[in-house]
Design a protein around this ligand. Structure first.
Ligand code: HEM
Length: 485
């Protein structure tokens, strides 16, 4: 439908005389360099791509809002977005798969990214989590190696179960997450039918300066629904953007998905006594020990108008905190505090926070200037601090809460090595018999691609330490016997 008769222009706003025929020397002559519209059009096209995210490249996003429903939550944190019942904060979410490239299929067995940006009155607060409460590894120093195994072999550019299981079988801390991954929950039916988690432990600080350890749970109000692997494979071939389209269509049709945000809260002093290291991201906290407390509701009610501007250029960082929320000593989280902003400076640019999708709703006042694509550049204001003119000062009351550290600086491992009891509980007490059967089959189907038998044997020994039923269940599907442990 033609809506108006405006003139086509160049990117500098001048009318374009011909957008169909390039300027040539005569009818059959060569093209002239004088056709600057042609030159600019071709050159701009060459620069349309920015590097895709090194992980979580394939994603879908939506706008929405978050509303506090629990008037008591402010007793745990002074964060303004949680300060009073009914308080509404605009937000943006990006869902993603982890290992695949930008054009890869949606319905694969993979964790799903669940990255939320709250545009609060005190600056942007990001929770950059997954649809699983835990992770494969627990120290940032292992992350690049782990991700290499999820991607492609240097020589063949093929994915390879051999390297995936080589790494997992040598990293027993992965047992809990690979159990979730190969369970029914490993392939969600849609992005609307899965929970989201902050996964790490964070610190909340209240107005009185008391601090608490906190874990975030976004519980889907649509109910959890998963997809069986056969359907998922078929859809991956026939309709690779299935989840992206489902989310877009649901919102377009007014069927707005929502999640209830709940938290587990641990008083600061209980961390030292807890059965598991509460900062180890491969472990959950028992809901009996720390029950879920409702915080509020998140509703997605608006689709992006432009995928590149809003979804591809969105930049989420676990380091985007607001007063009242701080980091914990989780060694994965600590590494992530560096990795994301660094990725954003490389992938989108130094001034990525000036783009509308990343720009806070709160006013930005500082003395950072210039750099590529600087747009809001402070005008004629002074660019240093302290100064005698602009009155912009740090606010000590918003500084992080001081905390004690002790011990020697060293490369120290986590002191707990029980990687078995939590997946055991999940398999034997939470999963039904049918779910257990499907878990064994999914593990075996994946392990079948491993060339090196010693890797399978090593993994079966680990499975045996989780529970003999698991090792035998998987081995039976593989026509193998469980090696003696
Ligand atoms: C994306 C690094 C662990 C969830 C990314 C990106 C990097 C990265 C570099 C791309 C960022 C961008 O280009 O915008 C790391 C490192 C980790 C780690 C170094 C461990 C030390 C985790 C964990 C979770 C997670 C434990 C979940 C609990 C995500 C999500 C995204 C992402 C959801 C996509 C964000 C978006 O939608 O833009 N990660 N990651 N990552 N990561 Fe991690």
């Amino acid at each position: 439908m033609i809506e108006n008769n405006s003139k086509l222009t160049t990117s500098t706003g001048a009318p374009v005389g011909d957008n169909q025929n390039s300027m040539t020397a005569g009818t059959h002559g060569p093209t002239l360099i004088q056709d600057v519209h042609l030159l600019e059009k071709l050159a701009h096209f060459n620069r349309e791509r920015v590097p895709e995210r090194v992980v979580h490249a394939k994603g879908a996003g939506a706008h929405g809002h978050f509303t506090v429903t629990n008037p008591d939550i402010a007793k745990y944190t002074k964060a303004d977005l949680f300060s009073e019942e009914g308080k509404e904060t605009p937000m943006f979410i990006r869902f993603s798969t982890v290992a695949g490239e930008l054009g890869s299929a949606d319905t694969v067995r993979d964790p799903r990214g669940f990255a939320v940006k709250f545009y609060t009155d005190e600056g942007n607060y990001d929770i950059v989590g997954n649809n699983t409460p835990i992770f494969f590894i627990r120290d940032a120093i292992k992350f690049p190696d782990f991700i290499h195994t999820q991607k492609r072999v240097p020589q063949t550019n093929l994915k390879d179960p051999n390297m995936i299981w080589d790494f997992w079988s040598l990293s027993p801390e992965s047992l809990h997450q690979i159990t979730i991954l190969h369970s029914d929950r490993g392939i969600p039916a849609t992005l609307r039918h899965m929970h989201g988690y902050g996964s790490h432990t964070f610190k909340w600080v209240n107005k009185d300066g008391e601090s608490f350890w906190v874990k975030y749970h976004f519980r889907t109000d649509q109910g959890v629904k998963n997809m069986d692997p056969e359907t998922a494979s078929k859809i991956a071939g026939e309709h690779p953007d299935y989840h992206t389209e489902d989310l877009f269509n649901a919102i377009e049709e007014g069927d707005f998905p929502s999640w209830t945000l709940k938290v587990q809260i641990m008083p600061e002093e209980e961390a030292a006594q807890y059965a598991y290291d509460p900062f180890d991201v491969t472990k959950v906290w028992s809901h009996e020990d720390y029950p879920l407390i409702e915080v509020g509701k998140m509703v997605l009610d608006r689709n992006p108008e432009n995928y590149f501007a809003e979804v591809e250029q969105s930049t989420f960082s676990p380091g985007n905190f607001v007063p009242g929320v701080e980091a914990s000593p989780d060694k994965m989280l600590q590494g992530r505090l560096f990795a994301y902003a660094d990725a954003h400076r490389y992938r989108v640019g130094t001034n990525h926070n000036q783009l509308p999708i990343n720009s806070p709703k709160a006013e930005v006042r500082n003395h950072q200037r210039d750099g590529q694509m600087a747009y809001h550049n402070g005008g004629k204001a002074v660019n240093y601090e302290p100064n005698s003119y602009d009155g912009i000062k740090e606010s000590r009351e918003d500084n992080f809460k001081p905390f004690k550290v002790s011990g020697e600086a060293d490369s120290v491992p986590y002191d707990q090595a029980d990687h078995f009891s939590q997946p055991r509980k999940l398999i034997m007490e939470v999963f039904s018999e049918d779910e257990r059967g499907r878990l064994y089959k999914n593990f075996a189907d994946h392990l079948r691609g491993v060339r090196d038998e010693q890797i399978i044997e090593r993994q079966l020994k680990l499975f045996h330490q989780v529970t003999p039923e698991l090792a035998e269940g998987v081995a039976n599907h593989l026509d193998m016997s469980v090696p003696t442990v």
